[in-house]
Design a protein around this ligand. Structure first.
Ligand SMILES: Nc1ncnc2c1ncn2[C@@H]1O[C@H](COP(=O)(O)OP(=O)(O)OP(=O)(O)O)[C@@H](O)[C@H]1O
Ligand SMILES: [Mg+2]
Length: 390
């Protein structure tokens, strides 16, 4: 492994000294520069000094007392030093901070108190993924799929959307966080491990271990399987945030099947998603539920990320898109046609629609994947504006 040049940025002098010692202690990196103030704007002199020292990695401390300045610094550095990997060091007790750090461009979020071993593992992860994928600072995009009402079709849509993205773009993961995971059945896979096993091993998770926890479908899609029992012990939102931090480092697209899950984890996943698809039918109960779910998921912020997908759609005389949007409080994004025999046959046989020649349904999922990724490239906003810390 080539020696990495590291810059340490921490306002607190004690923290700065600790980080320097830890970096040197890994024996695979050396401290090339060290700064006691944060770059808060592109014109800040520190930015130029950092550009001159061109480190492979910036290790940046996020203090509990004032995370917002450090997060702003990550955003600035991500823009101004696009070839440098940013490692944030902070507390795992603040999931919003982790999410914001990863959205603004941090490559790793490392828990304080940091140890030489944890830092060494992060350096190894960095060099491995750089070798494998050449995607140092490119973060994967997360899309979540949630039901307005049980059985609306979230899993069918998540599974086929993930397959469509894998075919069109590659490097896609499907993460099953439904209360009881059905995605493996839809894909006819028999996973050895679940997302919960991955979280239990977060401290040592790197790219090869991540591979080990996922189950590969024939076309290359990787499934991080769901709970096979409703009594699965639930990790904290911070642990889920760390899992997604890692997933976004390895995959270009991460699709999350939330189905009818409605808790703090659903909110967290929605917060870190580019787009959240709320799946509903055209009936009054579904649309009423969609409006309630919309309120629940956008309690903090992020309402503009939620979109309505009408499943089992049938053309009916007098159907008005604007009435559906008013009733649900959501913008209509996509419609998936109604084909009960084809859809239920696909689930029962474990051969997803995207693997069959079901032209109308296949077109619907391919089109949904295209529309989502087209929105992503044309409308990607600076992530900073999506969160308020505190
Ligand atoms: N477009 C469709 N046309 C006809 N039937 C559909 C369609 N999509 C889903 N279904 C049917 O709806 C049922 C539920 O589908 P699915 O398991 O995908 O829903 P879900 O919302 O994930 O359910 P859960 O609430 O259990 O998580 C299945 O039996 C499936 O066949
Ligand atoms: Mg489901």
């Amino acid at each position: 492994m080539p020696e990495l040049a590291v810059a340490v940025v921490a306002r607190d002098s004690e923290q700065r000294s600790i980080l320097q010692l830890l970096v040197e202690g890994t024996r695979v990196a050396r401290v090339a520069a060290s700064f006691g103030s944060l770059p808060l704007a592109p014109a800040d002199p520190i930015v130029r000094r950092l550009q001159e020292s061109a480190p492979d990695v910036v290790v940046l401390d996020i203090p509990l007392s004032d995370p917002s300045s450090a997060l702003r610094a990550i955003e600035v550095l991500h823009q101004e030093l696009p070839r440098t990997a940013l490692f944030a060091v902070g507390s795992l007790t603040q999931p919003q901070t982790i999410v914001t750090a990863m959205r603004t461009g941090a490559r790793e979020f490392l828990e304080r108190p940091l140890t030489t071993n944890l830092l060494l593992e992060a350096f190894v992860r960095l060099t491995t993924t750089q070798k494998n994928a050449q995607r140092t600072n490119v973060r994967g995009t997360v899309f979540a799929v949630v039901n307005a009402k049980g059985g609306s079709g979230a899993t069918t849509i998540a599974v086929n959307l993930a397959l469509a993205l894998q075919t069109a773009q590659g490097q896609t993961a499907l993460v099953d966080l439904a209360p009881l995971g059905h995605a493996a059945l839809h894909l006819n896979l028999r996973p050895q491990f679940t997302a919960y096993d991955a979280i239990r091993n977060l401290h040592r998770l790197d790219s090869s271990l991540m591979e080990g926890f996922t189950t590969r479908h024939s076309g290359g899609l990787q499934l991080l399987a769901g709970a096979s029992s409703p009594s699965e012990v639930q990790p904290s939102p911070a642990e889920f945030a760390r899992l997604f931090d890692l997933l976004a480092a390895y995959f270009q697209f991460v699709i999350v099947d939330l189905s009818s899950r409605m808790d703090a984890v659903s909110r967290l996943v929605c917060d870190l998603s580019q787009t959240v698809l709320v799946v509903a039918g055209t009936d009054v109960a579904s649309l009423w539920s969609a409006a309630r779910i919309q309120q629940f998921l956008s309690e903090n912020n992020g309402r503009d990320r939620l979109r309505l997908v009408l499943n089992r759609f049938r053309k009916i005389p007098g159907f008005q898109e604007n009435e559906v949007e008013t009733a649900s409080g959501l913008r209509l994004f996509w419609k998936v046609p109604n084909h009960y025999p084809a859809v239920s046959g696909a689930i029962d046989r474990g051969v997803p629609l995207m693997q069959q020649n079901r032209s109308e349904l296949t077109r619907a999922f391919t089109g949904l994947a295209e529309k989502l990724t087209e929105t992503e490239t044309t409308a990607k906003r600076p992530a900073w504006s999506l969160f308020k810390i505190g």
